[in-house]
Design a protein around this ligand. Structure first.
Ligand SMILES: [Zn+2]
Length: 382
């Protein structure tokens, strides 16, 4: 990863590069910001830049021995800490035990998300964390005084997954870091960090990507369809992986709309007509999907509820594809100012539960029942 291969974030890149030029690299940086902003890639590019022996004012050289090792993420002074799953067969839950998978996954996808990493770990139903063994391991590594490069760098992804015990040990290292050691923590939820941990780091905010930057990335993938690309960008919330996912062929968007329509119709029929068939079909269909698809669906459903509400208030403001317009034209009488907030709340809660690895069968069954109860038995005529 070079700075030049990371989209947008010019302000952050300049700030990091300037700290090297002015010889005031902090020993602990916290790159904070929402998923999909490229912060992990920036951390790796910065680690590379710190160790490059022929760096330019813009970027690493890409060809020195250090750069060549960084290109494989295999420099002896580059260490990674990331959430892992404690498996029954392994004695310890350490990042190093998953280093091969980590390198492969990150090289293939520098905008790695937590869900994708869980997928790579093949741990669909387990929560990954950073455990106390990991803190001991970091202490051991930092005690080794040999350096090949200029800096020892620990790229620490998602410190919010640290358990309490592990976090306390990390605190001690951050208090008295060895010389020429740099911690680059990448957090999507800095507020979840221990305040004592956060206060020991210099925070660099990595904002969501600009719409223009996302547009530039996805437009060529969408055959130049600027209208649809704008829709995608609006729903991507500054996340490149999300924009890329949303920019998939239209059939996928139709599938999401179909799932949403099935949820609304199925739950309505269940609660108001005591007809459970379509509802259980929908639940079974959702159970067959993966967590990433669940998240995608719930985010989509949230948007549809919002758009439905917007249509009822100010039709010209809604941002919809023709298929969505057609569905909402028939359905909008069921979503109004009286239930839109509560519906959005239930969808958000389901999204939170899915993100926290809740039991998907229960989450979707529960969601469907609540949605059905919130829908009126007959459409309003607004
Ligand atoms: Zn170099």
């Amino acid at each position: 990863m070079l700075f030049g291969s990371i989209v947008g974030q010019e302000v952050v890149k300049k700030k990091l590069i300037r700290s090297v030029a002015e010889n005031r690299v902090g020993h602990a940086l916290l790159l904070s910001g929402p998923e999909g902003n490229g912060a992990l890639a920036l951390a790796v590019a910065f680690a590379r830049y710190l160790n490059c022996t022929a760096r330019t004012p813009e970027d690493s050289c890409g060809t020195c021995p250090s750069c060549r090792k960084f290109a494989r993420l295999a420099h002896p002074d580059l260490h990674f800490v990331f959430p892992v799953v404690r498996s029954a067969s392994s004695r310890k839950a350490l990042s190093d035990e998953y280093l091969t998978e980590w390198r492969e996954t990150l090289l293939a996808d520098p905008y790695l998300t937590y869900e994708r990493w869980l997928g790579a770990l093949d741990s669909e139903n387990k929560q990954a964390g950073i455990f106390v063994d990991e803190s001991d391991q970091i202490v051991r590594k930092l005690q080794l005084t040999s350096y090949e490069g200029l800096y020892k760098v620990i790229v620490f992804w998602l410190p919010e997954k640290l358990n309490q015990q592990a976090a306390n040990k990390i605190l001690k290292i951050l208090e008295e870091p060895p010389a020429r050691t740099v911690f680059l923590m990448v957090s999507e939820a800095p507020l979840m960090l221990l305040p004592t941990l956060r206060s020991r780091m210099q925070e660099v905010e990595v904002p969501p990507l600009d719409d223009a930057v996302l547009m530039e990335q996805i437009l060529p993938l969408m055959d130049g369809d600027a209208g649809r690309a704008r829709l995608v960008v609006q729903n991507a919330c500054g996340s490149l992986p999300r924009a890329l996912l949303l920019a998939r062929p239209e059939e996928d968007e139709e599938a999401l709309l179909q799932q949403f329509a099935n949820l609304m119709r199925g739950s309505w029929a269940f609660i108001h007509k005591a007809n459970i068939g379509p509802f259980t079909e929908w639940c079974e269909m959702m159970a067959g999907l993966k967590r990433e698809q669940h998240k995608m669906f719930l985010s989509y459903a949230l948007r549809m509820v919002r758009e439905c509400f917007v249509i009822s208030v100010q039709p010209t403001l809604a941002v919809l594809s023709p298929g969505e317009q057609e569905f909402l034209r028939r359905f909008r009488g069921y979503i109004s100012v009286t239930n839109a907030g509560a519906l959005a709340n239930e969808l958000s809660l389901a999204l939170r539960d899915i993100e926290a690895n809740g039991n998907k069968n229960l989450v979707f069954w529960d969601l469907g029942m609540k949605v059905g109860a919130l829908l009126p038995s007959i459409a309003s005529s607004s």
